[in-house]
Design a protein around this ligand. Sequence first.
Ligand SMILES: Nc1ncnc2c1ncn2[C@@H]1O[C@H](COP(=O)(O)OP(=O)(O)OP(=O)(O)O)[C@@H](O)[C@H]1O
Length: 337
Amino acid sequence: MGIEVVVEGLTKSFGKQSIWRDVSLTLPAGEVSVMLGPSGTGKTVFLKSLIGLLKPEQGRVLINGVDMVNSPERDIYETRKLFGLMFQDGALFGSMSLFDNIAFPLREHTRKKESEIRRIVMERIEVVGLLGAEGKLPGEISGGMRKRAGLARALVLDPQIILCDEPDSGLDPVRTAYISQLLIDLNAQLDATMLIVTHNLDIAATVPDNMGMLFLRELVTFGPREVLLTSDEPVVSQFLGGRREGPIGMSEEKDAATLAAEADAASASVPAAPRVIVPQLEPSPGLPPRQAVARRRKRVMGMIDTLPPAARSAIRDTYAKSAEAATLPMPAAGSGA
Ligand SMILES: Nc1ncnc2c1ncn2[C@@H]1O[C@H](COP(=O)(O)OP(=O)(O)OP(=O)(O)O)[C@@H](O)[C@H]1O
């Protein structure tokens, strides 16, 4: 099973530029979480801080008792081996075949024989649907294939924590839907803790168990997906609605006068449509169910009284529907259902 990641009071700046302050959250073991946020809010910096590649000035990131901020470098290096990382552009070596790219961490970090490396690499290549392309160079394949190769490489060391930085960037909506399904399938197969950074609203709506959002140097919220999806925080509604009206501006947050003018204009216009919570993706047929589902249900029901009323009723609704679905008779074989 994946490992819990506990973030406490994390604060990061570069010189005088504050990136975010006092970020605290827990990535529950084996669950899928998504971090949203407008461009430049420090999502990638957050991922790099979790693995100890960047050093926040304050706070802790606890993984199996090791603090990725303050522990000795040797412990941080060892703990980093628990992670699989998928960067925005796949971060592949241009002069190496996909096979060699994916084999790279095994050749660097283990003493496995070439025959064993071949077995693992081909297994991962199959999982991400790239069988037949292993001999190609990164420059000879599409952006979507490069992403999947990056994901295969993130998986070769059997990670218990997987971090994906914008797995959708540069992909069309169909390829993004495939990536979403792949992420859920991986979670069903590996039961790893996953954190996905994205701007993509389809991934956000269908993939995670938990969601958070960074804005204006703070963590606006983090918790069960229903909390963010029903939130009426202006920044959350603006982001989820993909609207210009709201606190997020083109490059910076908007000033008070602009916001007041927008509020006046909005009160005279048609109200925004209520948000609908779409069901989370299920693993593909033939795969095991996600073990995280039962754990998450127990965890969320244990904290339900602490959640806002809209999230509470959305969670109860979701679980009532899944109970209903579980009691429905299975469609007869060959019924075409
Ligand atoms: N090593 C670094 N040194 C100095 N500044 C940095 C460094 N890394 C990131 N930054 C700055 O930190 C801020 C946040 O960057 P980051 O890439 O984390 O944003 P993001 O939320 O991931 O953006 P996007 O969604 O556009 O990828 C930016 O202003 C960036 O210039």
